[in-house]
Write a protein that binds this ligand. Sequence first.
Ligand code: HEC
Length: 149
Amino acid sequence: MGRVPVKHLLASLVLLLPALAFADHELDNRDLRKGRALYAVHCASCHGAKLEGQPDWRRPGKDGIRPAPPHDETGHTWHHDNQYLFDYTRLGGKALFEARGLPEIQSGMPASVEDLTDDGIWDILAYIRSTWPDRIRQIQATTNPRHER
Ligand code: HEC
């Protein structure tokens, strides 16, 4: 039986990889320590120091505004793709829904402050993702559109 040269095997592996990998690379190789520190400064006051969200977060207040949901696996952050989470954080809920043609939706989620850089937001989101169990991370990865590295 002839043996397949290793370099041929490697070449076919490299060709296969992009098809196999769901694109979640915006969150790959991020600075998780920085993300954790930025989360504590910018997000923890509403979403909780342990990402646990506000008490009774499923029930909107009398003003119709929803409390801040958890970012751990008990919330629904992981139901959304990377870009949606980024836009939500950058623009805040009100501007995001307006941009999507839903100006009537109220939101308690503010736009992020200007000195929080794009990289800073990705670091925060990567830190949030790093707290999820593998199974949840895999499900979230499938919400991202495939794109080439
Ligand atoms: C002043 C309170 C407040 C702060 C600070 C805050 N949020 Fe929020 N956030 C909310 C509320 C309230 C919601 C609930 C949804 C809504 O009303 O639009 C929310 C929703 C979200 C969502 C949507 C989650 C989902 O599953 O739909 C994301 C993502 C999010 N916040 C990320 C962040 C990040 C990251 C930070 C820090 C940079 C942050 N938030 C800081 C109040 C806050």
